[in-house]
Design a protein around this ligand. Structure first.
Ligand code: KG4
Ligand code: ZN
Length: 341
């Protein structure tokens, strides 16, 4: 079973060829082009520019992905495409390509939820067994979900305002770090003193594993306004902020373990923020203490990529799900729990 997968929901144009193979041999090709140059001047993703860049990049990326996989288009068995949630202009570009290929090649098409792609990545990279506790943390989402089985998602808690990635990006912008903010802030934090500034941890005293990052963002913003920001102070603020997010993640993990319906044996971290080394180390050490296996997909599978979309389609096929009809529509909002069987 060979799947051609397409991901265009944010600022990465990504196409992969995936095979239902043994673990080390599943990704025949993965070509991802990030739109850093297009959005750099604006300090954030501009939806209209993102859609246009997807449109001009998608065809060469398709050709590269097919060439790298060493197959011809006729060899694919099905097409998988992110149908939401995401920036609708970008999602439309991917969906239109998927529908055209499906019609011209006469292949079935699977409309995949982007969050499900992130949620199942650890099964692609590590063969993670169900059930597991998932911390999904990206530019638009931050949530604890019990993944009990295929399309059995139990949401334990989520952010009540901003996502963690959004907060990394905003603070990086205020500190004049490079774009994209998350990885740039992580690099600067290495040279900073994480104890110099003490930032709040909103929702610290509530029992649910929910998150709130807007108060933390405001506190960091005020600190930036009050201080003279030389190179060292910028690094110290970055380190203190990143340290606070690590402490918040650990606290909320303890709460999620208490709220979970089953005894948690595995924690999976997924989404772009899961690429952060400090946050991985913090969660790893708490998991070791609690005798929980911590699973972190490789960096290029944490940030947006088409391989996870292809894999979600393989899981759907393995669970006898029928392909989507070609009338399916892209969705800007599409909660993970709506997929539950
Ligand atoms: O999953 P993703 O690629 O796209 C969404 O679906 O949102 O996540 C992107 C987010 C951005 O906010 C980015 O700054 C953040 O993940 N991110 C990081 C790191 N790498 C990416 N945040 C912190 N540290 C990183 N190393
Ligand atoms: Zn994502």
């Amino acid at each position: 079973m060979i799947i051609l997968a397409i991901e265009t929901s944010c600022d990465e144009t990504s196409i992969a060829v995936i095979k239902n193979n043994i673990i080390n041999n599943r990704i025949l090709s993965l070509v991802t082009r990030s739109q850093i140059k297009e959005h750099q001047a604006y300090g954030g993703v501009v939806p209209e520019l993102a859609a246009r860049a997807h449109l001009s990049n998608i065809e060469p990326i398709l050709n590269q992905a097919i060439k790298k996989a060493g197959i011809s288009l006729s060899a694919i068995d099905a097409i998988a495409v992110t149908a939401g949630p995401g920036l609708i202009g970008g999602v439309l570009v991917g969906v239109m390509l998927a529908k055209s290929l499906s019609l011209s090649l006469n292949k079935p098409i699977y409309a995949i939820n982007h969050l499900e792609g992130h949620a199942l990545t650890a099964r692609l990279s590590h063969d993670a067994l169900y059930p597991y506790l998932l911390l999904l943390t990206s530019g638009g989402h931050c949530m604890f979900v019990e993944v009990l089985g295929f399309r059995q998602y139990n949401l334990l808690g989520q952010t009540l305002d901003d996502a963690a990635g959004e907060c990394f990006d905003k603070i990086a912008e205020l500190l004049n770090f490079d774009f994209p903010g998350g990885p740039a802030l992580e690099k600067k934090a290495v040279f900073g003193d994480s104890k110099r500034f003490v930032f709040p941890r909103p929702l610290e005293h509530t029992p649910e594993p929910n998150f709130s990052f807007s108060g933390l963002k405001t506190a960091v913003k005020k600190t930036i306004e009050k201080n003279t920001i030389d190179e060292q102070t910028a690094c110290d603020i970055a380190a203190s902020f990143q340290y606070t997010v690590g402490e918040i993640f650990k606290e909320r993990l303890l709460k999620a373990l208490k709220c979970s319906r089953h005894k948690v044996e595995r924690l999976v971290m997924a989404g772009g923020v899961a690429a952060n080394k400090h946050l991985r180390e913090q969660l790893q050490s708490l998991c070791t203490e609690k005798s929980i296996e911590a699973i972190f997909p490789p960096m290029d599978l944490c940030t947006d990529n088409a391989a996870m979309i292809g894999w979600a389609a393989i899981e759907a096929i393995n669970n006898c799900m029928l392909p989507s009809t070609d009338e399916f529509q892209p969705k800007s909002r599409w909660p993970l729990e709506h997929l539950n069987l």
